[in-house]
Design a protein around this ligand. Structure first.
Ligand SMILES: Nc1ncnc2c1ncn2[C@@H]1O[C@H](COP(=O)(O)OP(=O)(O)O)[C@@H](O)[C@H]1O
Ligand SMILES: [Mg+2]
Length: 281
């Protein structure tokens, strides 16, 4: 008697087509609160300002903050059976926050995360994109690993703050991406320093230079230092990213330079970047 071959977990879904997305980049961090979502939002807006077609997937299912930081409250519409991402500041965005009750924590089990992210890829009408940025949940556990495997990533950006404990966790993120053969394209050091308004006197509250050292040690790109700046936090709470809110400020300039470097690193990969594989679920 012949045995049935193993069936894919999701029937009828042979795989996902990524031809319409040129580059998909995860924004990751070893720990929460280092400014991963802030970086995802500002990099996306800066890339869009530079003329790229940009999508932003809020993959942080535990703390989906992207809509708030982008100033979006409206839920996406369904058109011809597909979700239309909400567009703001030239960026197409989708988030689990649209589908959850406000202020309710979510308890996710592995298969649910998988299903949600699969839907964000398969059932969202992203259109043609030059970049899809994915704000990953903080940390380097199973959820992050599974997300990094579910989405065929061109590479990752690791966000860290300068102090030792954050860098130690950022290194774990690098090891995690190595495991799933996702190249780390660059490192951002956020909350790098604080300039006293008026005098410009620089204070390195969380130490400094760790991000650059990390990049050198692991042979990955350094995308820049983002200073601690009140307008970054205010812009996040108001839904008005600093890149647009105060375009000439130090952090806005730093985010724009980081986006430019990221674009150059992606271009240096040649063609449309590494061939994206079809994913099976
Ligand atoms: N460079 C910065 N200067 C001032 N506040 C910042 C900066 N980066 C992030 N923040 C603020 O710190 C908090 C945590 O940032 P967030 O992006 O939510 O971190 P994560 O996504 O890593 O948890 C937010 O309130 C955000 O506005
Ligand atoms: Mg976040």
């Amino acid at each position: 008697m012949s045995q049935q071959p193993p069936q894919p977990q999701v029937q009828g879904e042979a795989g996902l087509n990524f031809d319409h997305i040129k580059r998909s980049i995860a924004v990751a961090s070893g720990k929460g609160g280092v400014g991963k979502s802030t970086c995802s939002v500002n990099l996306s807006v800066a890339l869009a300002e530079m003329g790229a077609k940009v999508g932003l997937m809020d993959g942080d299912i535990y703390g989906p903050n992207v809509p708030m930081m982008m100033g979006v409250r409206a839920a996406p519409e369904v058109v011809e059976g597909k979700l239309k991402p909400v567009e703001k500041y030239g960026v197409k965005m989708i988030s689990m926050a649209f589908f959850l009750e406000e202020d309710q924590p979510v308890v996710w089990r592995g298969p649910m995360i998988h299903g949600a992210i699969r839907q964000f890829l398969a059932d969202v009408d992203w259109g043609e994109l030059d970049y899809l940025l994915v704000d990953l949940p903080p940390g380097t556990g199973d959820a992050q690993l599974s997300l990094s495997q579910t989405i065929p990533l061109t590479g990752a950006v690791v966000v860290t703050t300068p102090q030792g404990v954050s860098l130690a966790d950022a290194k774990k993120a690098k090891v995690m991406f190595d495991k799933v053969s996702v190249p780390v394209l660059g490192v951002i050091e956020n909350m790098s320093y604080f300039s006293i308004p008026g005098t410009g006197e620089r204070h390195e509250i969380f130490s400094s230079g760790g991000g650059k050292k990390f990049a050198e040690e692991y042979g990955v790109g350094f995308l820049g230092d983002i200073p601690l700046y009140i307008g970054v936090r205010e812009g996040g709470d108001e839904g008005n990213p600093i890149v647009l809110r105060e375009p000439d400020s130090e952090p806005a300039q730093a985010f724009k330079a980081a986006a430019k470097s990221l674009m150059e690193i992606c271009d240096s990969l040649g063609g449309d970047g590494p061939k994206k594989e079809t994913v099976y679920f």
